[in-house]
Design a protein around this ligand. Structure first.
Ligand code: ADP
Ligand code: 5SP
Length: 464
């Protein structure tokens, strides 16, 4: 049996799956945690990757590997390939004002959407580079190359220390703000604008089925991808599918033949991992909303789900707008969460749990609407990410998404997408792997979403 491996180096952990290259069946898997926080030394990702690979039985019998990673994180390397400073992650919002400055300097959001399909917000790498140039000029001057988490791990797996050998792929490059998914090219002028005249080296952009190289033990290393593009690949997403991910972020994305151009800046024009496009809306508040609320209630996930399911739709009139960590969609980096509609009669652990789940899912229904406003018709919702393990999410998401969602069989879909890409790099053909799914249904509750939107819009209008 030929084995291929997929790695998902995401915000909270590193997951490894080792699969049969013909069928995609998972033969071995493991994971290891990443440190908390929004600023991390990339060596910690390498440590976690090593721990997870060892726990998964190693790569001695593996023929190919690909890495999918959290998008946008700014990894700065000096001219000898050393990390110049800790990486700023996608969810680090210190670059919010830098993003706003960049938008103004190019002539507004429409100019960015036209140029690269992405309007800078704090998450986008270009905004992080601007923050670095303005706040740590010494570190900016020391930056001879800039790359993304999956680029850096791919490079390390190949054993390289030469920054000229860095590689990336379209899906992740399209989240930088200086690569256009439509043109397939870097925009050096935008890199220079962001980094105040500096032009660090950038990774070579590989095609989705290309090889980046090999490891020292001759394991083929694929191009890799951004984690959301890898999830779409792992789920065999087709046109009409909305992939809804509840990881640290909340994400709705759709595979498309055309690049979106959203001057409002909510729908990012990313590329997918097959040569097509991946219009995507991302929130800063995914599954951790459930963890924080469960912690506040003093219950574990099972009890939290039981409580949420036990309350009626609408949570007795409670509405939660879950912008706990600030928010990206809508772009309100300094926003905070809101719980409203409280009366003496409706405040209980069950209604609070229900309001958290409904608010979280509603925030993603909003993202789906934005994707649809770009002309993508959504026929099917595929739910993935750690939060999709919640029984409450499984029960309540169909009600908010219009009556039905599909849950692919339990699995690490980002890592599976990376493994599928590894098989592609190995054989030259993208394999067809079976992805069993279950359809979940519930009575639709459009009134819950309408109420959420009324309140979320009002909160947004008064947000800092
Ligand atoms: N049963 C559950 N109920 C609610 N949340 C869960 C459950 N299981 C896992 N999670 C949450 O899923 C998140 C991890 O999901 P994951 O997709 O791996 O995130 P990331 O890719 O951002 O690292 C964590 O915030 C964790 O608390
Ligand atoms: O910033 C984005 C997408 O634009 C995030 O989706 C990151 O890619 C992190 O993903 P998770 O760790 O939440 O899966």
């Amino acid at each position: 049996m030929t084995l291929v491996a997929g790695i998902d180096s995401s915000t909270q952990s590193c997951k490894v799956v080792i699969c049969d290259a013909d069928t995609g069946a998972v033969i071995r898997s493991a994971s290891a945690p990443h440190p908390p926080g929004t600023e991390v030394h990339p060596d910690r990702w390498w440590d976690a990757l090593g721990t997870a690979v060892t726990a998964a039985g190693g790569f001695d019998d593996v023929s190919a590997v690909s890495v999918a990673g959290q998008q946008h994180g700014m990894v700065c390397l000096d001219d000898s390939g050393r990390v110049a400073r800790d990486a700023l992650l996608w969810n680090d919002v210190r670059s919010a004002l830098s993003a706003a400055d960049l938008v103004d300097e190019l002539g507004g959001p429409g100019a960015w959407a036209e140029a690269v399909g992405v309007v800078p917000v704090a998450a986008i790498t270009a905004a992080k580079l601007r923050w670095l140039a303005d706040n740590e000029p010494g570190n900016a001057d020391a930056t001879a190359a800039v790359c993304l988490p999956h680029d850096w791990l791919t490079w390390r797996l190949r054993g390289s220390t030469d920054i000229a050998e860095l590689t990336t792929d379209r899906s992740d490059a399209s989240g930088t703000g200086y690569f256009g998914a439509a043109s397939g090219e870097y925009h050096d002028d935008l890199l220079e604008l962001a980094f105040r005249g500096r032009r660090p080296g950038l990774p070579v952009v590989l095609g989705p089925g290309d090889r980046a190289g090999t490891t020292s033990t001759d394991v083929v290393v694929g191009a890799g991808a951004g984690d959301n593009a890898a999830a779409a690949l792992g789920l065999h997403a087709r046109r009409g599918d909305a992939v809804v991910s509840l990881g640290t972020s909340g994400v709705v994305c759709a595979v498309s033949d055309t690049a979106p151009c959203d001057a409002a800046g909510l729908v990012a024009g990313f590329a997918d991992a097959t040569g097509r496009h991946l219009p995507l809306v991302c929130t800063l508040n995914g599954a951790p909303v459930l963890a924080s609320t469960a912690k506040m209630l003093g219950v574990d996930f099972d009890e939290f789900a039981r409580l949420a399911i036990s309350a009626d739709p609408g949570a007795g009139g409670l509405t939660m707008v879950p912008w706990f960590a600030g928010e990206r969609s809508p772009n309100l980096p300094d926003a905070t969460g809101t719980l409203t509609g409280i009366t003496a009669g409706n405040l209980s652990p069950a209604t609070i749990a229900r309001a958290a789940v409904e608010g979280l899912i509603a925030s993603l229904v909003y993202c789906r609407e934005k994707i649809e406003e770009q002309g993508e018709r959504v026929e099917r919702v595929l739910l993935t990410g750690g939060g999709a393990k919640s029984a409450a999410v499984r029960a309540i998401a169909p009600a908010l998404f219009g009556g039905e969602v599909e849950i692919p069989a339990d699995g690490e879909h980002v890592a599976l997408g990376a493994a599928r890409q590894a098989a592609w790099a190995l054989t030259g053909e993208l394999p067809e792997w079976d992805v069993p799914r279950e359809t979940l249904t519930a009575t639709a509750t459009p009134e819950v979403y309408e109420r959420y939107r009324e309140i979320a819009d009002a909160v947004a209008a008064s947000a800092p």
